[in-house]
Design a protein around this ligand. Sequence first.
Ligand code: 5GP
Ligand code: ZN
Length: 148
Amino acid sequence: MTSIAHDAACIFCKIIKGEIPSFKLIETQHSFSFLDIQPTAENHILIIPKYHGGKLHNIPDEFLADLLPVTKKLVKAIGCDQDGPDGPGYNILQNNGRIAHQEVDHVHFHLIPKKTKESGLIVGWPAQETDFAKLGQLHQELLAKLET
Ligand code: 5GP
Ligand code: ZN
């Protein structure tokens, strides 16, 4: 089993250890989930690996593999599991780095119900015009990197 990385100064590591109280929901061998203390909507939940790492690429696969099944259970628990495009929705958000709006440097997934335009996640999406030539070039460059 992978050793569990811990940072004594990290607020989310303290929550996992119970040194700081939280409104805990599901806990597994690899994950811990709890209510966000400053929710953007009712039932805004954080799901975190029980492994200290600042960004997604720092987290071992076995911890990452546990996070989405836990998230799925929570989606059902908060009644956001209606099928089809209409009705209540939800966003899964995972920020990496200050410029990407990360404030707590322990990887966390936000589960954010989206029931109204005003609550939950509000997204800016600076989409560019489709440029197939540029995309084709980029695709070749990425495939070359993935091969190495
Ligand atoms: P980020 O901007 O890093 O993606 O999100 C950090 C989240 O952690 C914020 O939504 C914030 O409300 C939440 N948060 C920060 N400190 C605490 C805490 O001590 N307890 C809980 N439950 N949530 C926290
Ligand atoms: Zn931590």
